[in-house]
Design a protein around this ligand. Structure first.
Ligand SMILES: [Zn+2]
Length: 473
């Protein structure tokens, strides 16, 4: 019944939008020829009527609420029947549906192993899944990403708004394809050059020298830009004191608990955490430091889950999006996961990752999320999986939505403009058939994704990428 309703809805919208636009006020809203094939709702004024609305602020959802979109913005929000819409408004009856803000993803790569820039598949997958803004959090092709961000902005490519990152920064002994500034001068010059080129964030990788990291952070801050890190050589506490803005992968990447860790050296750390008292002072002290220093933690549960054989692996949607070669790699990897499991990939260790995040959040820490696209964790699908994992971990649906929308926007410095369903905010929001509080997996059935007031059809975007993820682009 839901499917029938959705199908008839989209037919109604296409014809209705065509009838109503001429009567409505003159609109700045435009779509390019490249976007047209993916658009299901296009009208200067759209009333999303009678839905369950999650504002994105972590509070209880609003039942039987309506949202009026005018051009690119949210014009009004109120109980059903209380909104006076302009003449010619396209009205969409959303009885039985949920509305939430578009997802703001903060570890959303545009690359995967073997594909340096997924310029075709990644933007489509993200948008189809309701992800309307992403921070790319490390680039394999930074110039390509910056250009892709521009093409999305001009409407030449359907996709989320991108906050591109400079090339990964690491240090001696680190990944050879990454940049390793060795002196203060080189580090400052790296930051300035990439800032001029259009990078908005910098990402420190596991072998970064602490002195170089401090220079990168200070230089980026002097330009009003931010720094995140997948840390190892630097502990979370050291990075927080240096002024880092955010830290990726939380508990799993922390080397703070390694006894006699050599300063500035990347060392294995899981062993130091398998017997750690999660309710003890060491954890409490670290969380307190992170909260006091205003460090954002980026949860990447979806990719971490892929390393635990006892957890669910790829779902049918991911498998059908993968190229035949990617599928073979996936199957081989699954065999390895079962035949030679990591000794620390246990249910107990998984629960520690989840517990650390929960404690950080409970202490008032600023938690955001991203899938860390890779393996079978695909763009967009991984964000939706994160949502399910948050709810499974004990967050309320409202809290999970807040983490994945408003919190992400705040970290990106755009929390006054996106990430909430509030008057004046950019109309980035998603329509989900069903009640998300009763069924978190309903997010996977998202039927319309609004970005800047234009409604996209997820199915049309997904059809384009079928069997292509992993092919050269
Ligand atoms: Zn990553």
């Amino acid at each position: 019944m839901k499917v029938l309703a959705t199908l008839s809805l989209s037919i109604f919208l296409i014809s209705c939008a065509a009838q109503t636009t001429s009567e409505a006020p003159l609109s700045p809203l435009k779509i390019t020829e490249n976007l047209k094939p993916y658009v299901s709702v296009f009208s200067p004024n759209i009333l999303l009527d009678n839905a369950l609305v999650f504002v994105g602020d972590g509070k209880t959802p609003l039942p039987n609420y309506s949202v009026l979109i005018s051009d690119e913005r949210i014009a009004k929000i109120g109980p059903v029947g209380t909104i006076t819409a302009p003449k010619g408004t396209t009205v969409i009856d959303l009885d039985g549906h949920t509305i939430m803000p578009g997802i703001v993803g903060l570890h959303n790569h545009i690359h995967m192993p073997g594909v340096r820039l997924m310029k075709y598949t990644a933007p489509r997958l993200y948008l189809a899944a309701g992800v309307t803004t992403v921070q790319t959090t490390g680039s394999a092709d930074a110039s390509g990403e910056i250009e892709l961000a521009r093409l999305i902005d001009t409407g030449d490519v359907p996709g989320p708004t991108l906050f591109p990152t400079a090339p990964y920064i690491t240090g001696p002994g680190g990944n050879a394809v990454m940049d390793s500034p060795l002196t203060e001068t080189e580090a400052r010059s790296f930051v300035r050059t990439w800032a001029e080129n259009g990078a908005t964030w910098f990402k420190l990788y596991r072998h970064t020298d602490p002195d170089i990291a401090k220079v990168i952070i200070d230089e980026a801050h002097s330009l009003n830009l931010k720094v995140t890190g997948h840390l190892c050589s630097i502990t979370f506490r050291e990075a927080a004191i240096m002024g880092i803005d955010s830290i990726e992968h939380d508990f799993d990447a922390a080397t703070d608990f390694v006894k006699d860790k050599p300063v500035g050296k990347c060392v294995r750390s899981r062993g130091s955490k398998v017997n750690l008292d999660m309710n003890g002072q060491e954890i409490a002290d670290l969380i307190q430091t992170l909260v006091e220093e205003n460090v954002t933690l980026t949860s990447t549960l979806a990719i971490l889950e892929s390393g635990f054989a006892f957890r669910p692996q790829a779902d049918a949607r991911a498998l059908s999006a993968m190229s035949p070669e990617s599928l073979e790699r996936y199957k081989a990897r699954q065999l390895r996961l079962i035949e030679s499991p990591s000794l620390t990939s246990t249910p107990d260790y998984w629960s520690r990752i989840v517990k650390f995040e929960r404690q950080f959040f409970a202490e008032g820490g600023h938690l955001v999320a991203g899938p860390d696209t890779g393996r079978h964790v695909l763009p967009g699908f991984g964000d939706q999986r994160n949502f399910e994992l948050f709810v499974e971990s004990g967050y309320s649906v409202s809290q999970a939505i807040q983490i994945m929308t408003h919190n992400g926007a705040k970290t990106l410095g755009v929390g006054e403009d996106i990430g909430l369903i509030k008057k004046g905010y950019q109309a980035d929001l998603i329509i989900i058939p069903g009640d998300l509080t009763l069924d978190p997996s309903a997010l996977k059935s998202t039927s319309i994704v609004f970005k800047k007031g234009v409604g996209f059809d997820p199915q049309k975007l997904l059809t384009d990428v079928k069997g292509k993820v992993g092919l050269p682009e």
